[in-house]
Design a protein around this ligand. Structure first.
Ligand code: C5P
Length: 222
């Protein structure tokens, strides 16, 4: 096939999804938020009190989980067994558990398979932690995003406040550090920069500048 994949990986709350959405909109590609998939699985595990150390229970649960994206207006609309969970998966309690769930091999195997299927025949912008390394190692363009952890926490804190979630700056900062730690040190496909990924540090870049940075690379590629 000759479809194009743009892979965006990086640390938590770096603005990956903001950039990915803007790119998808500009290029008329499909945006796939893989973090939302790990979050939806986490929500299911939480609701059904799945024991994260019980491999049999996990395998059984995975068979009963059906995820779907409805990418109206380039926002993430994800359903878990036909229930819209797009808002619920952003809650702090889900954020606190998602990285543990994401270390589980069978969970990753299943979600990577689904992600590869989604990106096989269409032009996509996919964001996550292992897109350029594991899901699409042959992606046309790979971006590795990073930013000052304090700035990241501030941005995320403002977002959560705007949504009416009661949290503190400390809690948000700790959660980001916690997820980065688990994501970079886990055994199964840890977060690491693909050797051919371009680093984008957006500490001092606005959204338009970030978009232009990637568009320049996409244009060079074609
Ligand atoms: O992208 P987001 O921050 O919503 O992802 C939530 C969590 O899901 C991450 O902290 C990470 O633990 C996990 N994740 C992953 N692999 C991906 C996408 C997300 O392990 N491709």
């Amino acid at each position: 096939t000759n479809n194009i994949v743009i892979a965006i990986d990086g640390y938590s709350s770096c603005g990956k999804s903001t950039l990915a959405k803007a790119l998808a909109k500009k290029l008329h590609y499909i945006y796939i938020d893989t973090g939302a998939m790990y979050r939806a699985v986490t929500l299911y595990f939480q609701r059904n009190r799945i024991d994260l150390n019980n491999e049999e229970q996990i395998k059984e649960a995975l068979k009963n989980i059906h995820l779907n994206f409805h990418s109206r207006d380039y926002q993430t609309h994800i359903t878990l067994n036909n229930e819209e969970v797009s808002e619920e998966i952003r809650r702090m309690d889900v954020s606190q558990l998602v990285s543990e769930v994401s270390t589980i091999k069978s969970v990753r195997k299943e979600l990577v398979k689904q992600q590869q299927r989604m990106g096989r025949s269409k032009n996509v912008v996919m964001d996550g932690r292992d897109i350029g390394t594991i899901v699409f190692p042959d992606a046309a363009v790979k971006i590795f995003m990073t930013a000052d952890p304090k700035i990241r926490a501030e941005r995320r804190y403002k977002e959560l406040l705007a949504k009416g979630e009661s949290t503190s700056m400390e809690e948000v900062f700790e959660n980001i550090a916690h997820r980065d730690y688990i994501d970079t040190t886990r055994k199964e496909s840890p977060l690491v920069r693909a050797h051919d990924a371009i680093i984008l540090d957006n500490t001092e870049l606005n959204e338009q500048e970030q978009l232009q940075f990637v568009l320049d690379r996409v244009n060079t590629h074609n």
